[in-house]
Design a protein around this ligand. Structure first.
Ligand SMILES: CC(C)(COP(=O)(O)OP(=O)(O)OC[C@H]1O[C@@H](n2cnc3c(N)ncnc32)[C@H](O)[C@@H]1OP(=O)(O)O)[C@@H](O)C(=O)NCCC(=O)NCCS
Length: 209
């Protein structure tokens, strides 16, 4: 049983939802502010689409929210080792310079609903499974090979994405700093991570056969 799919409803995060719902608190001030204010302009400018799950028992409560946008992984910018790691699993005569992806721009779970005791599965994990399923669904209108995220460089956030099968795009912080042209002493506030959606497609193809 999935708390998110069985007890909540997916909605587009828009102005009327903001007016109707209680303030969303995921425990991160920047994200809270984004979901309270910036989100409307962001959508209006076609920079990202935002969605949330509200609780069926009280639809004023937002359980979790996320923003997604089109993106790509440009292998031309990657160090050779990373480029090989990424492309060796994509059989093609000619390597592409860029691979289609979707970016999770923002993601947060209501801090009072982090753990779903009913199914003993965390809401955040159910949310990630849900997002992944959208892009391997055959109704998805465009090709999308990867999910990418600029994850906050905090151990609990990196841990969350790693547990959901995401890998670091760069092998080390040093490589990533070079990519962003940062000084070696600068702090890296985020880490680029990716999930290869082909992993899900092969599982579903296998179970079909
Ligand atoms: C990232 C997130 C979705 C992960 O959800 P989750 O895997 O269910 O993780 P939890 O929130 O239960 O937290 C996991 C651990 O990190 C800790 N943690 C959570 N938020 C924290 C914070 N702001 N600072 C430090 N530790 C934190 C929790 O105490 C927990 O530790 P425990 O397992 O020992 O209890 C969720 O923490 C969240 O919504 N965070 C705020 C928004 C955010 O950071 N989004 C990521 C954007 S890239």
């Amino acid at each position: 049983m999935s708390f998110l799919l069985d007890k909540c409803t997916l909605k587009v995060f828009n102005n009327s939802l903001l007016d109707f719902c209680l303030p969303f608190d995921c425990g991160n001030d920047d994200l809270n502010e984004f979901f309270a204010k910036d989100i409307i302009n962001y959508s209006a400018q076609l920079l990202g689409k935002s969605y949330c799950f509200t609780l069926d028992d009280d639809p004023r409560i937002i359980i979790c929210a996320f923003t997604i946008s089109n993106d790509s992984i440009k292998t031309i910018n990657l160090p050779n080792g990373r480029k090989k790691k990424l492309t060796k699993v994509i059989p093609r005569d000619k390597q592409m310079r860029s691979y289609p992806a979707v970016l999770i721009g923002r993601l947060g779970v209501n801090k009072f609903y982090r753990k779903d005791l009913v199914g003993n599965q965390r809401v955040a994990y159910q949310l990630m499974d849900f997002i992944k399923s959208w892009f391997v669904d055959e109704k998805n209108k465009t090709g999308c090979r990867f999910i990418v995220v600029d994850a906050y460089n905090e151990s609990y956030v990196i841990n969350y994405y790693e547990k959901n099968g995401f890998l670091m795009l760069f092998g080390s912080e040093t490589q990533e700093k070079e990519y962003y042209e940062l000084d070696a002493h600068d702090l890296l506030s985020t880490r680029l991570m990716y999930f290869d959606l082909i992993l899900l497609q092969s599982t579903s193809k296998l179970s079909e056969n």
